[in-house]
Each structure stands twice: as structure tokens, then as C-alpha cells.
Design a protein around this ligand. Structure first.
Ligand SMILES: [Zn+2]
Length: 369
């Protein structure tokens, strides 16, 4: 999953009054005016984390296929809509085509010193004259489909830029890992769609984003939509086990405080396996020796590529897996809180976690010796 955006940004955007500017748009064109009004109405329905009734805005087919038919909604972070980041939305481009109107919007936030932060530049395509349907959005993924190829391997339907040569061997590696996971954990295979690119810019372009906050970060990342059975990722090519595990585990275990750490343990993160993350955590601990791991659940990381909570839980999964295998891991998923887990599994109180965890991280460091 994507790294959580700073809570501060979210709070900031919640208090700002949303405004939509469309002064640059030629409102004498009736189809453009209709599209802009429709789009403004849609934007006004995003409030906090609450979402619009998509069936009022997206085609019947898209609503049948997707719980979230709009690929832009969770692009900055997986738990807060992109549309609620920039309080000022400026529709600066509107062009009419035969079948639809294309709008571009700049989403910004201006602080008290008039500094402007840009959160997204989006593309929306609005079908005006579809005789069989009401006015509705056409997914950028559909509009951009001429840019990418598709390939099916086993239960995975891949989508990627035409400039990429599909690597069947890498895809087979993922399928082998998945088959083992399905067998060990007793899951039936899931059919899913897997969109991938080298960079976040390329992935953004497929989803209708010219820019979104964080797009320039170069480490591999991804996002999974378990209900829609879709993975988007960049920097992993055909083999991103982490996001695919979200498709399998989230429907039953999303609320477990162990779920995401378990996925770190099984599937790694930022394009690296879990041993790499253990070493990274050890480096972090020597750089910041005051880090108190007893507070790991809420600790703010000083390195955006190291998620402390998930890495600590991943370590706990590794300790239990080495002793008891999958049955032990399944038991970890049944805990509702971490305090009970530590007490029952290791007989430890919160104040003892720090030294215990630091000792274990050191023990599993593969760079020592
Ligand atoms: Zn994740």
C-alpha cells in the first residue's frame, strides 16, 4: 500500500473551504457547460472520507464491475480521496470531442503567506451524447487504453505500456509464489487485473493524472483494491507479491493490526524483501538511537521509505513463523490489539517491548558478522 500521507496535510485540507474555479472555460459552449456543471456536482459530493453514489456519475458497466469506478480517487493515499486535498480546484482546460468533453483541473492549497501547494492535475472525460445512458464519466483507463498492451498469465490479467516487453519469466515467478501461498493458507486463486509501469508518472498517466502529490518519488510503490480485484504498481514489473497479498488477505483480515505487517514479512516492501527491511530498520536504529520501539504503533518515521509499525509486526511474524509456521501466523491474525499479542505470545508488557524488539532486530540482521 501507499505510504500514509502526513496527518497534518489531511487535517489542513479538511478545514479549508472547497472552491471550484472555472473562469477560463468557454461557458458559451453548452456541452462544455453541461460537463462542467456535472463535474462540479460530483466534486461537491466528496466530503472528508465520505464518497458520492457512483451510480449517479459513472456508467452502468463501470458500476457493475467496480466499487470504485474512478481510478483517481485513491491516488495520493489509500484512505483519503484525492479530491479532498486541494481546497481550490481550477478547471483550466475544457475541450469538446465528438463523444465527450475533456476537462483538466489543477488542485491546489494556498496558505496564509500565499504559498501555493499543488496536489494534483487531473483529467476527466464526460460522455454527453450517449443515447443509451445518462451523462457520465468515461474512465481515463478506457480513454488511454490505446497506450497499453495486455497479457493474461494464469489468474492474472496484466496491463502495461506498449513500450514494455512483457516478461513472462517474472510473471511466472509471481504465480509460483502465489500458488505456494494459496496452498499454505488455504485460499482459492483470485482472478485479478494488474496495472504496472516503471515510474509513478507513467502509472499516473494511465489513471488520468498529469500530476499527483508524491509522484516524483522514485522508489517502487503500489496500491491494491481488494473489492475490485485490481492492483496498480510501479517499479515491480510483473512481480509485486505485496500488493497481490492485499487482494487475498484484506477481505478477511483488513482490520487485524497484524495484517499489513504480515504482508511486509511475506511480500517485502519498496521492491525489497523482508530481510532488507530488517537491515534498514537496524540502520535506522543506529542513526536514531533514541527511537523507543515500545511506541512503535504510533511512532512517526523520519525515513518515508521505512514504515516502522509494519516492519516491527513483520519481525514478530518472522519470529512466530520460524517456530510454528503458517498456523502460528494465522493465530497472530486473531489478535484484536498488540498489547494482548505481546502478553500472550511473549509474556511482555509494553515497557519491555523496546529492548526485546531491538535485540531481535539485531539478531536477524543479515549485514552483521
Ligand atoms: Zn501494503
Amino acid at each position: 500500500m501507499k505510504y500514509k500521507i502526513s496527518i497534518f496535510l489531511i487535517i489542513l485540507s479538511q478545514f479549508a473551504k472547497a472552491q471550484v474555479f472555472s473562469d477560463y472555460v468557454d461557458s458559451s459552449n453548452l456541452n462544455i457547460k453541461k460537463a462542467v456543471d456535472f463535474y462540479k456536482q460530483y466534486l461537491s459530493e466528496f466530503e472528508g472520507t465520505s464518497l458520492p453514489d457512483y451510480s449517479k456519475y459513472w456508467s452502468k458497466d463501470d458500476c457493475k464491475r467496480f466499487k470504485t469506478p474512478d481510478p483517481i480517487v485513491y491516488s495520493i493515499t489509500s484512505d483519503y480521496p484525492t479530491y479532498n486535498f486541494g481546497a481550490q480546484k481550477t478547471i483550466f482546460y475544457a475541450r469538446e470531442y465528438t463523444n465527450y468533453v475533456h476537462l483538466k483541473t489543477l488542485m491546489t492549497q494556498t496558505d496564509s503567506l500565499n504559498n501555493i501547494s499543488v496536489y494534483a492535475i487531473t483529467n476527466h472525460y464526460i460522455s454527453i451524447n450517449d443515447n443509451s445512458e445518462k451523462i457520465h464519466f468515461i474512465s481515463p483507463i478506457k480513454i488511454n487504453s490505446h497506450l497499453y498492451s495486455t497479457e493474461k498469465n494464469g489468474n492474472i490479467r496484466y496491463y502495461f505500456l506498449k513500450t514494455h516487453q512483457f516478461n513472462k519469466a517474472k510473471s511466472d515467478q509471481l504465480i509460483t509464489l502465489l500458488k505456494k501461498f494459496e496452498k499454505d493458507w488455504g485460499f482459492e486463486p483470485i482472478q485479478f487485473d494488474y496495472y504496472f509501469s516503471n515510474t509513478q508518472d507513467e502509472l499516473g498517466a494511465m489513471k488520468g493524472l498529469d500530476y499527483y502529490y508524491g509522484m516524483e518519488q522514485t522508489y517502487p510503490s503500489g496500491i491494491a483494491f481488494p473489492e475490485d480485484k485490481i492492483v496498480y504498481c510501479n517499479g515491480y514489473d510483473e512481480n509485486n507479491l505485496h500488493e497481490v497479498l492485499h487482494l487475498y488477505l484484506n477481505p478477511t483480515h483488513e482490520k487485524s493490526p497484524v495484517n499489513h505487517g504480515l504482508i511486509y514479512y511475506l511480500g517485502g516492501s519498496i521492491g525489497q524483501n523482508f530481510n532488507y527491511l530488517i537491515n534498514k530498520m537496524n540502520e535506522y536504529l543506529s542513526k536514531y538511537p533514541d527511537t523507543d520501539l515500545s511506541t512503535f504503533e504510533t511512532l512517526e518515521t523520519k525515513d518515508i521509505t521505512l514504515h516502522i509499525n509494519h516492519t516491527v509486526i513483520g519481525l514478530i511474524c518472522k519470529i512466530i513463523d520460524e517456530k510454528e509456521g503458517v498456523n502460528g501466523l494465522k493465530r497472530l491474525l486473531t489478535y484484536n490489539d498488540i498489547n494482548t499479542l505481546f502478553k500472550k505470545e511473549f509474556g511482555l508488557d509494553k515497557k519491555e517491548w523496546d529492548s526485546f524488539l531491538k535485540r531481535k532486530f539485531k539478531k536477524y540482521n543479515t549485514l552483521k558478522k
